[in-house]
Design a protein around this ligand. Structure first.
Ligand code: F6P
Ligand code: MG
Length: 294
């Protein structure tokens, strides 16, 4: 089944189809983009490479052209912009994992979809949908419109369903331990990592949140962690652009996502670039993180 057939007359079909078209453009750009830094910084002070800027532009054009979209925010932008009269709002990390780009590892795009005229004050639970693209040896997308998660693969310029109703098991011995540097100060995290090692969990960590969480969804088990420490107690990952969409996808697949205490989807966005620690994946594995880090 192709994407259009699957969406049928769903109200958000035009937005998802427009995002899928943007992904085709980014996928092409990923194959040919310049590897160098462009000398500009994003709003969090991180150096941009050409593909960050290109992917952001492709998604902006998509948002401007799509009648359903009225508001846009991006990890690469400072604020939120009115881009039309539509009632939906999209926020995105246009190219997650861009530090992996020059070494030819998988990167991705993460999108949250809301019905709002400002992202300030929303929480992840308000999302009407979440959408992710993975640019690996194959380009895939997975998304939810709060009716489960399905994966589609780009084959001959068409997205074809390759995995239906993705489900994540209650537990599973697979770990993706982000920000291991935190172990230098946080003995609780070190103990958790030791638990995973001593209990023969399988390590699956690429350094990119998109491929790492995609791994959990496709294999159907495991946990991804990115705690904070020291002067970055909330870690690095952004609530609006990264964690909230991933949390919705994981919950829709039967898993969970926590900041160590609260459901990620219940955290209120007070700042567009707000960061949060995250533990996401199989329910019992997320609970174990909470227990160790309490
Ligand atoms: O967007 C941030 C990101 O690239 C994530 O994809 C990834 O999980 C994380 O950074 C890795 O961070 P670090 O390289 O600091 O461990
Ligand atoms: Mg990112």
């Amino acid at each position: 089944m192709n994407l259009k057939e699957h969406l049928g007359d769903h109200i958000l079909s035009p937005t998802i189809l427009a995002l899928a078209e943007a992904v085709k453009g980014i996928s092409q750009a990923v194959k040919t983009a310049d590897m160098g830094k462009v000398g500009t910084m994003n709003s969090s002070g991180e150096e941009q490479i050409a593909i960050d800027v290109q992917a952001d532009e492709i998604l902006r054009k998509m948002a401007e052209a799509c009648d359903q979209v009225g508001l846009l925010a991006s990890e690469e932008m400072e604020g939120e912009d009115k881009v039309g009269e539509g009632e939906y709002a999209i926020c995105h990390d246009p190219l997650d994992g861009s530090s992996l780009f020059d070494v030819n590892l998988s990167v991705g795009t993460i999108v949250g979809i809301y019905k709002t005229n400002s992202f300030i004050g929303v929480k992840g639970d308000d999302q009407v949908g979440a959408f992710v693209a993975v640019y690996g040896p194959r380009t895939t997308i997975f998304f939810t419109l709060r009716d489960g998660v399905n994966e589609f693969t780009l084959i001959d310029s068409e997205f074809v369903m390759t995995k239906e109703n993705i489900k994540v098991a209650e537990e599973g011995k697979m770990f993706a331990p982000g920000n291991l540097r935190a172990c230098s100060e946080r003995k609780d995290y070190l103990k958790l990592v030791n638990y995973w090692c001593e209990n023969q969990y399988r390590l699956r960590y690429s350094g990119g949140m998109v491929p790492d969480i995609n791994h959990i969804l496709i294999k159907g088990m495991g946990v991804f962690a990115y705690p904070g420490y020291g002067d970055q107690p909330n870690g690095k990952l952004r609530l609006l652009y990264e964690c909230a969409p991933m949390a919705l996808l994981m919950e829709e697949a039967g898993g969970s996502a926590s900041d160590g205490q609260n459901r990620v989807l219940e955290i209120v966005v007070k700042d567009l670039h707000q960061r949060t620690p995250i533990f996401v994946g199989s329910k019992m594995e997320v609970q174990r993180c909470k227990d160790f880090l309490a």
